[in-house]
Design a protein around this ligand. Structure first.
Ligand code: ADP
Length: 359
């Protein structure tokens, strides 16, 4: 019997500053009787969610991340991963309404700052009550769940991150996870330390994150989207922007050392006249990434934690940053620190939030 579980449909929603992440559980173990008695609306929603890999112009189902035959509560089914810009929330509400979501009169589990911001609108427009959950609780629970349920295919790291020919993506065995650090790179950055399943806390963060990268890239290059900014960056050379300078320091012993001075060349009118959009996007990406890497390294040293998980949608389609972070972690710690990445990047908060339904 399925009595102990809440009524379908099961969703989890993470309404972030930039992107809204939606996770939907589709049961595949329906008995014939269940199938017959299922409300038409639920069938419609399922058909709709599955039929499209694009929702309007801006919504997107990440079909490549879909997880089959997973257990949620006491059911077996498929997990679907959907995202859209948070700025499109009114259109999303309109669409959901037209698909009959409002008539189900249920509750939706939501997390992220937007869960507060849009609470009233959900109530008014769709008669839906948002059950709100703590972002960091959801994030950690989501990571643990996906790691346990993705047949050891979730975590990976980069071997030889600096060498294009020999660089390799390798699966990482995360079956013995604690303690670990989570660096969540969304619009901003949060850093959590996890010591055990119920023991974790936010230890640091920075407001210079993915939102800063995208905002500065748009300003400096006139690009319009994250994907475009990343494509530009891949073609650019940051050495036309960043300045490698010498520095006579008191450490170790009045030695000359080399330091990078991000955007240093842009102090010169001559260099500014020659710089390309690609170079600027590249330098912006590297500046933001290295800053996050430095902070992550300091926090890891402080907490005496060696495994550093990087998540968040800033890492979407962004191998440049992943490889930079991999190198920075390893190199500056003398090989002690390991940068670990996860296939479901930005969806952990939404997954953890959906799991709250089962508690
Ligand atoms: P948040 O919860 O703050 O919205 P996310 O983890 O969803 O955070 O990450 C948002 C960041 O991901 C953006 O600031 C941007 O750098 C990057 N990003 C990746 N893909 C997109 C996209 N399609 N649209 C906008 N930003 C994107």
């Amino acid at each position: 019997s399925h009595d102990s579980t809440p009524p379908m449909p099961w969703f989890g929603m993470d309404i972030g500053g930039t992107l809204t992440k939606l996770v939907y559980f589709e049961p595949t173990d329906l008995s014939e009787a269940e199938e017959e008695s299922e409300v038409e609306t639920i069938k419609n929603i399922r058909r709709y969610l599955k039929s499209n890999s694009a929702y309007g112009d801006t919504g997107h189902r990440d079909a490549h991340l879909q997880m089959e035959k997973v257990r949620v509560g006491n059911r077996t089914g498929t997990l679907h991963f959907i995202r859209f810009p948070t700025s499109e929330m009114p259109q999303f509400l309109e669409l959901s309404k037209s698909k009959g979501m409002a008539t189900l009169a249920s509750t939706i589990c939501a997390t992220g700052g937007g869960a507060y911001k849009f609470e009233e609108e959900f109530q008014r427009e769709m008669n839906l009550t948002l059950h709100k959950f703590d972002e960091l609780d959801c994030l950690i629970r989501g990571i643990e769940y996906i790691e346990d349920n993705n047949n050891y295919n979730e975590c990976y790291y980069f071997l030889n991150p600096r060498n294009e020919e020999t660089c390799e993506k390798v699966t990482y065995d995360f079956s013995n996870p604690y303690p670990f650090l989570v660096v969540n790179i969304g619009s901003g950055v949060s850093i959590l330390a996890a010591y055990g399943p119920e023991s974790y806390r936010r230890v640091s963060g920075t407001s210079l994150g993915g939102g800063t990268f995208l905002g500065l890239s748009c300003l400096l290059t006139g690009c319009k989207t994250f994907e475009e900014a990343i494509e530009l960056a891949a073609k650019g050379n940051n050495e036309n922007v960043d300045k490698l300078d010498t520095h006579l320091g008191s450490w170790p012993q009045n030695e000359i050392s080399e330091i990078y001075w991000n955007f240093g060349h842009m102090n010169s009118a001559e260099k500014r006249a020659k710089v390309s959009r690609e170079d600027l996007a590249c330098a912006t990406l590297i500046t933001i990434t290295n800053n996050i890497g430095s902070i992550a390294r300091m926090v890891a040293a402080n907490q005496k934690i060696e495994k550093v998980l990087f998540v968040g949608n800033f890492l979407r389609v962004n191998p440049i940053s992943m490889k930079l972070l991999s190198h920075a972690m390893e190199f500056w710690s003398g090989g002690q620190l390991k940068a670990i990445f996860l296939e479901h990047e930005g969806y952990f908060g939404a997954v953890g939030c959906m799991l709250e339904l089962m508690r």
